[in-house]
Write a protein that binds this ligand. Structure first.
Ligand code: BG6
Length: 496
C-alpha cells in the first residue's frame, strides 16, 4: 500500500448527516487500521457555532452509532484531538478568512506540511458559492514545495446535462480536473471493485462475456426503504437522477466495458466513457415501450403499514416523481450488439438487493426434454449487496432412472471466504483521495456522458405534457408494466 502524505482534511457541511454517518466513522476506521496519514487533522466547517468540543462530541455519537468497528475510548481520545471546528457561513467572506487562518494554525501545530483535502459534504446548490469564496480566500492554491490541494464533491452533479456542465465548469475553474474527486459511493463497495477482478483476473468468464453467449443482462438496485425524510430532495431528483444516472450507470459501465490498457484511473475511466458513448439513443417508441416509471402507493414494508409516496413529508400531493424505474437499453458496439440490458431500481420494494445477472444463451440444440424438467439457461449473478457473493446456476441431472434436469448452483460468498471484514465504501474512497488515486472517482466526461442519455429519457417522458407514473403497492416488486416490458422481449425478471 502506498504511503499517504500528511494532510489536513477540511469538511464543509461538518455538522450534517453525511459527516456524522459516513465521513467520520470512515476516518475513525482508517485510524484503527493504521491507514490514516501521520500527522493528520480534520477541520470541520459549517454555519452552526458548535465549537471544537461540540463538534467532537457529536462526531463521537456518530461513530458510536454508525462505525463498522466499535468505539474504543483509548483510541478515540487522541483521534478526537485531531478534530477542530471553524464556524463558516457558506456565503460570508469573513468566515473564509477565519477558516484560512484556522487551517494555517492547524497546519503549523500538526506539521501537516500544507497538503489539503477539501470535502464538500453539502448539497450541490451550495457548491458555486463555496468554491467562489474559497477562491477569493486563496484556499484552492497548493502551498510551496509540491504540496497538494484536492477537492472531493458528492453527487448529484447537476440535474441534467446543461446543469452538470455548468457545475463542472465552476468546479474546474477553481480546481483543475486532476485534483477533483467526484464521489459515487458505489465504486467504493468491495463487490463493485471485484467486478473488474472477476472479469479480468480470470480466464474462464471473459470469453463468454459478449453477444455470442449472453442473451441479456439484468441490473437490479432494490431498496425496501422509502424516501426516509428526504421527500424535498427526492421530489426534485426521482429515482432516475438519484440512482440510475450515477450508481446504476457505473455498474453498467463496469459490466460492459472493455479491458483497460492499464490499471490506472484514466485508462479505466476512458473505457467506461466508451460504454456511455455507445448507448443507443432512445427513440419515442423506445421510451413508450421499453421504459417504465412508477411511484409507490401505500402498502406493507417490514411488516408495517407504510404511506404512499405522495403522503411522505415534503412531497406534493399530486407529485409525478418516479420512485421506480425499469429500462431496456442497448450498447451499440462489437461486444454487445443486440444484447438487451434491463435496469430496474426502486424504493419500497420487498427487500434491499443490488445484483447484476448475465443470462446466457440457450444451447444450440435441445437433446433433453423441454417443459418440466427441461434445461434452463445458465445465469451468472454478481450479488453486490447484501449477502455479497457470486452464483452460477447451471443444469444438472436429477438422480433417478429418468433423465430429468434441475438447475443447481455454485456459490461464492464473501462471508467466511476472507479473514478481514469488508471496509465501508467511504473508507476506501477517502483513503484514495488522500493518495491522489482517482480510479474510483467519476471523471467529468463520465458525468456528462450519462446525463446525455438520461436527458433523452426525460425528453421522452415529458413529451406532450408527460404522463403520470404507474403505481405500485409498497412492498411489491414494482408495477405490472415492468413485467410487460420484459414480456415484450420474451423474458422475465430474475426471481430474487
Ligand atoms: C444514495 C441515494 O446515493 O444511495 C439514496 O441518494 C440511496 O437514495 C442510497 O438510498 C443507496 O446506497 P446503498 O449504499 O445503501 O445502496
Amino acid at each position: 500500500m502506498d504511503k499517504t502524505d500528511p494532510c489536513l482534511m477540511v469538511i464543509f457541511g461538518a455538522t450534517g448527516d453525511l459527516t456524522r454517518r459516513k465521513l467520520l466513522p470512515a476516518l475513525y476506521n482508517l485510524k484503527l487500521e493504521g491507514l490514516l496519514p501521520d500527522p493528520f487533522g480534520v477541520v470541520g466547517a459549517a454555519r452552526r457555532p458548535v465549537g471544537d468540543d461540540g463538534f467532537r462530541s457529536s462526531q463521537r455519537e456518530g461513530v458510536e452509532r454508525y462505525s463498522r468497528q466499535g468505539l474504543n475510548s483509548d483510541l478515540w481520545d487522541p483521534f478526537a484531538g485531531s478534530l477542530t471546528y471553524s464556524p463558516c457561513s457558506f456565503d460570508d467572506p469573513e468566515g473564509y478568512r477565519l477558516l484560512a487562518e484556522h487551517i494555517q494554525r492547524r497546519e503549523s501545530e500538526l506539521g501537516t506540511g500544507g497538503n489539503r483535502l477539501y470535502y464538500l459534504a453539502v448539497p450541490p446548490s451550495a457548491f458555486p458559492v463555496i468554491l467562489k469564496r474559497m477562491e477569493e480566500a486563496g484556499l484552492n492554491r497548493p502551498g510551496q514545495g509540491g504540496t497538494w490541494c484536492r477537492l472531493v464533491v458528492e453527487k448529484p452533479i447537476g440535474t441534467d446535462l446543461a446543469s452538470a456542465n455548468e457545475l463542472n465548469r465552476i468546479v474546474n475553474r477553481v480546481f483543475p480536473e486532476q485534483d477533483v474527486f467526484r464521489i459515487d459511493h458505489y465504486l467504493g463497495k468491495e463487490t463493485v471493485q471485484n467486478l473488474m477482478v472477476f472479469r479480468f483476473a480470470n480466464a474462464i468468464f471473459e470469453p463468454l462475456w459478449n453477444t455470442k453467449y449472453v442473451d441479456h443482462v439484468q441490473i437490479t438496485v432494490a431498496e425496501s426503504i422509502g424516501v426516509e425524510g428526504r421527500g424535498g430532495y427526492f421530489e426534485e431528483a426521482g429515482i432516475t437522477r438519484d440512482m440510475v444516472q450515477n450508481h446504476m450507470f457505473q455498474l453498467l459501465c463496469l459490466t460492459a466495458m472493455e479491458p483497460p490498457v492499464a490499471l490506472d484511473g484514466d485508462a479505466i475511466r476512458t473505457e467506461k466513457v466508451k460504454v456511455l458513448q455507445a448507448l443507443r439513443p432512445l427513440t419515442s417508441e423506445d421510451v413508450r415501450d421499453h421504459t417504465v416509471r412508477a411511484q409507490y402507493g401505500e402498502g406493507v414494508s417490514g411488516g408495517s403499514a407504510v404511506p404512499a409516496y405522495r403522503e411522505e413529508p415534503g412531497v406534493a400531493p399530486g407529485s409525478t416523481t418516479e420512485t421506480y424505474v425499469a429500462l431496456r437499453l442497448f450498447i451499440d458496439n462489437w461486444r454487445w450488439s443486440q444484447v438487451p440490458f434491463y435496469l430496474r431500481a426502486g424504493k419500497r420494494l420487498p427487500k434491499r438487493l443490488t445484483e447484476i445477472s448475465l443470462q446466457f444463451r440457450d444451447v444450440p440444440h435441445h437433446l433433453f426434454r423441454q417443459g418440466s424438467g427441461g434445461p434452463v439457461p445458465n445465469i451468472l449473478t454478481l450479488r453486490i449487496q447484501p449477502d455479497e457473493g457470486i452464483t452460477l446456476t447451471f443444469d444438472a441431472k436429477k438422480p433417478g432412472s429418468a433423465t430429468r434436469i434441475k438447475p443447481v448452483s455454485m456459490n461464492f460468498a464473501y462471508e467466511g471466504s476472507f479473514e478481514r471484514s469488508t471496509p465501508e465504501a467511504y473508507e476506501r474512497l477517502i483513503l484514495d483521495a488522500m493518495l491522489g488515486d482517482s480510479t474510483l472517482f467519476i471523471r467529468r466526461d463520465e458525468v456528462e456522458g450519462s446525463w446525455a442519455w438520461i436527458d433523452r429519457l426525460f425528453e421522452g417522458w415529458n413529451r406532450d405534457g408527460g404522463t403520470a407514473p404507474a403505481e405500485y403497492t409498497s412492498g411489491t416488486w414494482g408495477p405490472g408494466e415492468a413485467d410487460v416490458l420484459m414480456a415484450r422481449g420474451g423474458r422475465t425478471w430474475k426471481r430474487t
